[in-house]
Design a protein around this ligand. Sequence first.
Ligand SMILES: [Zn+2]
Length: 279
Amino acid sequence: MQVGPKTYVFGVPKFETKAGVILGTKQVLVVDTLHHPSEAKVLKDAAESQGREVGWVFYTHWHGDHTFGGQALDGLFVSSDKCAEQVQKRFSREQLGRLAAQDPRYPADFEVRIPSITFSDAMTIDIGGACVRLERWAGHTPCSAIAVLEQDGVVFAGDELFVQCHPWAGEAALARWCSNLKRLMDVGSDLGTVVPGHGPVLTGRDIRREIGAFLSYLEGTLATASGLAAKGIAIEEAMAYPGFPQIGCEMTDNEIRMRQSSIERACHEIWELQSVRGL
Ligand SMILES: [Zn+2]
């Protein structure tokens, strides 16, 4: 799907994961790499069909559904420094070997490419005729970053934004994530197109509506946790409370697991806050 003169978005049905291809005059910057090297080949083919090579590969964050396709791509790998650290730490050779043995979609020599170029808060990459700004926002995970191409009016939010599905929130900073979403609403509305890590690409009025819906879900989860904490109940009991918000009515096993990750994160954040205040 083309979302701007220089910008294309590719997706796979599994969790509606998204990746992007941004065309410079000579080189291409790829945003995230999908779940498998076989899926990432479409990103490389898109660059080559335009007579260009992949010069840069940007990981928005360390999770496998954004980094596992990297082996199919050449070029310089770039991410936040915290993301590069996590990629190196989390995926041992043994683990990846086991994954490849279980799942034929991974090659026998499966590896996750580790970014060699990193930034702490932000950096800009000139790909020839276009500058892409990378910024670490650290809501979804401490390493999460976004990419902005002002010329095309596009922001790739990575997993700072999930649209119409439950997020994985196991490493999230929920209060910070909520402020990030308010900022994304403004930045995205000014630019015109927002590409989430999962779910449909947003344009026009859908930007405020869908980001607003996701923000309400996270704020509602925090508010529910806060209400339970105020009643003085134990955190374990709060985590099992059935009245937390949910997105949509279809709850697959995966959605149930994802929703629970938000509930547990919210409870940890609220109970931590309470213990700090109690000192
Ligand atoms: Zn993801």
